[in-house]
Structure formats: C-alpha cells, structure tokens
Design a protein. Structure first.
Length: 154
C-alpha cells in the first residue's frame, strides 16, 4: 500500500477526493431537480407530502419522526398543506385522540406532476450526453443505488 507524505494511503486520499466530488455533484444535481418541481411548495412541504403519500394515513408524530423535524414544525407544515387542499385529516379509528393525515387527490396529482416535470428535465439533460457517457452513467447508477440504500442498524 503506497503512503503519501502525511502518512495517508493513496487509496484513502483517492477515496476522500471521490467522496468530495460525488457529494458536490449530487448536491448540485439535486438542487437543479428541486428547481424543476413546479409545485409552489417549499422543500419541507414537498418532502412531508411525499412522506404522507408513501406512508399514509399517518400520525403527525410519525411524519415528524420520518422527516426528522420537531412536532411544532410538522404541525405548521401540515397546516399549510391542509389549507392548500393537499392533505386530509381524520381521526385514528383505534385511538380517537390521534389525528391521521393522508394525501388528498389534489396532493397526489401535484406530486405526480412534480415528478413528471423533474423526470422530463433530467431526460433532456441525459439526451445531451454522449453514448459512452450514458453507458458509464448506467453502470454507475447500480453503484449509486447501493449507496442510497438505508444503512443497516449497528
């Protein structure tokens, strides 16, 4: 194993450099994709709505846990989503003290429209790539999907 002057291995220096480049490229691409959403929602509102669509009907505390935000923040976000007709509230049939939220028809429509807009934008950008770049990206996508999987609990 080759050693750099500061005692690091070449492999660790290369890995750190790759990590930095990959993080920056993913962050920039993510920002550009967010700008294409066209929902009129904040990032927090859109994320909460997608969580509700995926897991709903769901309690406010469950939304807060998944979104990793404080309950008062979720209450504010959900208030705006409800005001816009994007979520519906109901009483938990197992515990009448708990409020459940689910994605309304309009909420699902808005999310689908946003996903379609972002996919179309990305398809245009992909069409700008050379065939060999597309092949490399296809191969790298498998690895990115592995990296994106949730970590196993330790």
């Amino acid at each position: 194993m080759a050693v750099v002057t500061d005692g690091s291995t070449i492999e660790s220096v290369v890995t750190a450099g790759l990590a930095s480049r990959l993080r920056l490229a993913i962050a920039r691409l993510h920002r550009q994709l967010r700008q294409q959403s066209g929902t009129g929602l904040t990032l927090s509102q859109q994320s909460a709505l997608a969580t509700i669509e995926m897991h709903g009907p769901i309690s406010l505390s469950e939304v807060a846990a998944i979104e990793q935000v404080a309950p008062p923040t979720v209450t504010k976000i959900l208030g705006k989503l409800e005001e816009d007709g994007l979520v519906d509230r109901s009483v938990d049939p197992l515990d009448g003290r708990v409020t459940l939220v689910s994605c309304s028809r309009e909420g699902r429509r808005r999310l689908e429209e946003s996903r379609s807009r972002r996919a179309a934008w990305l398809a245009v950008r992909l069409a700008e790539l050379a065939p060999d770049e597309l092949e490399r990206l296809l191969a790298a996508t498998d690895v990115l999907e592995v990296l994106a999987r949730p970590e196993e609990p330790r």
